[in-house]
Write a new protein. Structure first.
Length: 225
């Protein structure tokens, strides 16, 4: 299923600057800018409630947004979203203009399929890669990549190059990158041995440490005398 497409109204003519931006956010609006396709950046503002609704579809950040700018529809995607470092509130958004006939580079979520395969029972399954970078035309961007765990084994991870891509979608992630790996869980004895080994490395003094301490004590005694 390709990325969803939504309509979002943009308010133009907003004043720039941190004070004006704070005022907009207090009114429930998000300061933003739209640019791309050789056009000059244009400051805009969008309603936070509408933007949030646009980005909670299955397409997530890859949703196609018809941005209504002064009555003219412009096809865009969210290119960057800035957040407050502590509160994590959205503080600013960059929209990028896109051409339906040109490919763009995007990151698409990787989702592991539920598996009841007997060969995976009792194993520890770790997902190493959560986003797959691909190049595709806007209308062909998948919402997610569902990975079948059937080929997974302890000896062989599932790699990015094994993920099936729809027609017109090109992989940009290194095909050798491990997406998901399987391992045999450690026994209690092995875990205890590891803990004891680490504790021994921490407690054991380095070579010459005691000698230096004794020399230092003697030197200090001589000074006192």
């Amino acid at each position: 299923m390709a990325a969803d497409q939504i309509i979002l109204t943009a308010e133009t003519g907003r004043p720039t600057g941190s004070r004006s931006s704070r005022r907009l956010r207090a009114e429930g609006k998000i300061p933003a800018v739209v640019y791309g396709l050789d056009t000059e950046p244009k400051p805009i503002a969008v309603e936070w409630s509408e933007l949030r609704a646009a980005l909670v579809t299955d397409a997530g950040m890859n949703a196609l947004i018809d941005l209504d700018v002064d009555g003219e529809k412009k096809l865009t995607m969210v290119y960057d979203m800035q957040r407050h470092p502590v509160r994590r509130d959205v503080t600013h958004v960059d929209f990028i203009l896109i051409d339906v006939n040109k490919t763009i580079d995007v990151e698409v979520p990787i989702v592991l399929a539920d598996s009841e395969d007997d060969h995976l029972k009792g194993l520890v399954i770790d997902q190493n890669l959560f986003m797959l970078e691909v190049s595709a035309k806007p209308g062909t961007i998948p919402n997610e990549f569902l990975v079948d765990l059937a080929p997974l084994s302890v000896d062989e991870p599932i790699r990015a190059g094994q993920i099936e891509l729809p027609d017109g979608v090109e992989l940009l992630t290194d095909p050798e990158d491990a997406v998901v790996v399987a391992s045999v869980p450690m026994s209690e004895e092995e875990l205890l041995a590891d803990v004891e080994e680490v504790a021994g490395d921490v407690d054991e003094p380095t070579e010459g440490e005691d000698a230096e301490g004794e020399d230092g004590a003697e030197a200090e005694g001589g000074d006192d005398a």
